[in-house]
Design a protein around this ligand. Structure first.
Ligand code: ATP
Ligand code: MG
Length: 178
């Protein structure tokens, strides 16, 4: 599984809709002048793949809406198109589109254009190896040092998340509650 394309509209510095070229499954570089939106682009990816595990308050969402010359857009979305030919995302399709749309009063998710709720998105991402507590898939500054110095039990938890098994442990725990 890899990100094939990212489509952004109204998010931070991206007012008009942009769609990236198709990404390589290997390495891709994002280049641009200072202030041209590189960090915002990575924030857009995190917005769909890791911010989903936390609650964004109305003020947080407002700060993400594009604002230019005193006008703020009413809504913004980021859509991530996955190449799912290895079936890592547990849906029976080779291409999967996950979109998050926000406004001051809304926060919605769409999976291949179908409206889905947040817990469905979290389950799907966790089954595909995305993680609730450790967004290891976006390696930010200082992260490598952190990985090398964490305790063995923490590293084991991280490996369970990467392997996509933690979600089943949680579901098992939930099922035993009843
Ligand atoms: P650098 O090379 O300096 O790291 P960068 O390419 O990473 O730059 P970003 O940090 O992604 O640049 O973009 C910064 C720009 O995004 C700033 O000009 C900032 O005003 C703009 N920006 C951030 N949030 C919004 C918003 N909500 N509406 C409009 N513009 C925004
Ligand atoms: Mg930057």
């Amino acid at each position: 599984m890899h990100i094939k394309q990212v489509v952004i509209e109204g998010f931070k510095s991206y007012k008009d809709q942009i769609a990236t070229d198709t990404f390589s499954p290997k390495h891709n570089c994002v280049v641009g002048a200072n202030g041209s939106g590189k960090s915002n682009f990575f924030h857009a990816i995190r917005f769909v793949l890791s911010d989903v595990f936390h609650t964004l308050r109305a003020e947080d969402r407002q700060a993400l809406l594009h604002e230019g010359s005193g006008n703020q857009v009413a809504s913004a979305f980021v859509e991530i198109v996955f190449d799912n030919s290895d079936g890592r995302i547990p849906v029976d399709r080779e291409e999967v589109r996950l979109r998050r749309t926000i406004g001051v009063k809304k926060d919605e998710y769409f999976l291949d254009k179908k409206h889905v709720n947040k817990s469905e998105v979290m389950n799907l991402l966790e089954s595909a190896g995305f993680s609730k507590s450790n967004p290891y898939y976006v390696v930010q500054q200082g992260k490598i040092a952190f990985l090398t110095t964490m305790r063995d039990t923490e590293r084991l938890d991280l490996l369970k998340e990467i392997g996509g098994t933690r979600v089943y442990e949680e579901r098992r725990r939930e099922s035993l509650k009843i």
